[in-house]
Write a protein of this length. Structure first.
Length: 440
């Protein structure tokens, strides 16, 4: 029997310490609800759990992003819906203006409303914002125009431009007020035969408007049907020269065919019927500087509208880099829609304007269908993100969360073992007392 080393007590003490340590860990799990409170609890499980947590938080924020994207698309669709209503009204006005029971004053009143409707479209597009972003106009330059010369008047047709007259012109027709000045004459007198007239085929000239920057193109064609008249940016007027035999016939055909949007007009020179006078019909107004307005060139130009789209928006729909859905919203204006220059000056022009309104509605319907498809796509993406978040949350819970029933059983077990260890230590410490009985 030895007294220096009470191995039974030492053994009981070691067991007590281990049980007490495990009991403390079980108590911590019960208090926090987590099975893993530090990396030492489960190093591999912690690494997996942390990666899952990263995905879960990213999916939650991606869901918020998607809902913001859906709200943006709904804002854009609402604006396009209102623009569609405006174009329906413009189309209605074109139908009204195409009727030849309208007097000039009636058509002027209709034209005035058309012009305001065009401006209304641009106002809606300009003021449609989401989080201060102009979502239907994402750049500074929305549309550019590329002009290409496709025909030039023959050399025997001469142009005298920028002729400012101090005396007033007297435009033909009852009740027409005198015009201030002419800014060009074109002399077709050298065309004396049908063959001469045919040299004009597929050529033409343009004149800039006296009140805006539009260029009115006059194109010579061979077409026995009713000449077509186009409206829009840099409109083209087709003048039928089939069967014409002189320059005077050509001038008459131009005057009969061309009706511009604003105040630039055409008339036969009373002194020489083979000459065309182009003048500014704004009585009482001073002429614009010749270099800015009223410019005529012996060139037929083709104009292409090039949309300067600065790129669409991107919606982050997932928790990882590159998980994006592009929102390619349309970059629009009344010019891009082709309704900025609708005209009801006469029946033919009004009918062409009616066609342009239909084309604009088709474009709008196409863009709205794309927006609707994008919204559906984002809604599916949102459902997926929420489903993925739920499943990964469940996976992370299985790794990290404590099973309270199991932990309580373990805690109770440790509590019993701790009490038993204390009792065994107490019993082991009584053995050295037996030495005293031997000594006594």
């Amino acid at each position: 029997m030895i007294i220096q080393h009470n191995m039974q007590a030492e053994n009981g003490s070691g067991i007590f310490k281990r049980v007490n340590r495990d009991k403390k860990r079980d108590s911590e799990r019960l208090s926090s609800g987590y099975r893993i409170n530090r990396s030492a609890d489960d190093a591999a499980g912690l690494a997996i759990s942390e990666k899952l947590r990263t995905q879960i938080r990213g999916l939650s924020k991606a869901g918020d992003n998607i809902q913001d994207g859906i709200s943006l698309l709904q804002t854009a669709d609402g604006a396009l819906s209102e623009i569609s209503n405006v174009i329906h009204r413009m189309r209605e006005l074109c139908v009204q203006g195409a009727n030849d029971t309208n007097a000039d004053e009636d058509r002027n009143a209709i034209q005035q409303e058309l012009n305001h409707m065009s401006q209304c479209i641009d106002d809606i597009l300009e003021h449609t914002e989401f989080n201060t972003m102009k979502i239907l106009r994402l750049g500074d330059a929305y549309i550019d125009y590329v002009e290409t010369v496709i025909g030039t008047l023959p050399p025997n047709v001469t142009l005298s431009s920028n002729i400012l007259q101090s005396g007033a012109l007297s435009p033909p027709g009852p009740g027409r007020p005198p015009a201030n000045y002419a800014f060009a004459t074109i002399d077709f007198s050298a065309l004396k035969t049908a063959a001469d007239v045919q040299t004009l085929l597929d050529t033409g000239f343009y004149t800039t408007c006296c009140t805006c920057d539009n260029k009115y193109n006059i194109r010579f064609v061979n077409n026995s049907s009713t000449p077509s008249q186009n409206v829009g940016r840099n409109p083209v007027f087709d003048v039928n020269i089939q069967g014409l035999t002189s320059g005077a016939d050509v001038v008459n055909a131009i005057v009969r065919t061309v009706r511009t949007n604003h105040f630039t007009e055409f008339m036969v020179d009373p002194a020489d019927r083979g000459k065309l006078i182009i003048y500014d019909n704004r009585p009482g107004q001073q002429p614009y500087p010749a270099q800015d307005r009223g410019v005529v060139e012996p060139q037929l130009i083709h104009t292409d509208a090039v949309i300067n789209d600065p790129g669409g928006l991107q919606i982050q729909v997932g928790p990882n880099a590159g998980q994006l859905v592009p929102l390619n919203l349309p970059t629009l204006s009344s010019a891009i829609l082709g309704v900025d220059m609708l005209n009801v000056g006469n029946n033919m022009v009004a009918n062409r304007s009616l066609e342009l309104a239909d084309e604009a509605l088709d474009m709008l319907n196409f863009e709205r269908s794309k927006i609707g498809a994008l919204q559906n796509r984002l809604e599916y993406a949102y459902d997926y993100a929420m489903n993925a978040e739920e499943n990964q949350q469940a996976a992370e819970s299985r790794i990290r969360d404590a099973d309270m029933a199991d932990e309580m059983v373990a805690y109770t077990t440790k509590d019993i073992l701790e009490q038993v260890a204390q009792s065994m230590i107490a019993q082991s410490n009584r053995k050295p007392e037996m030495v005293l009985s031997l000594l006594g």
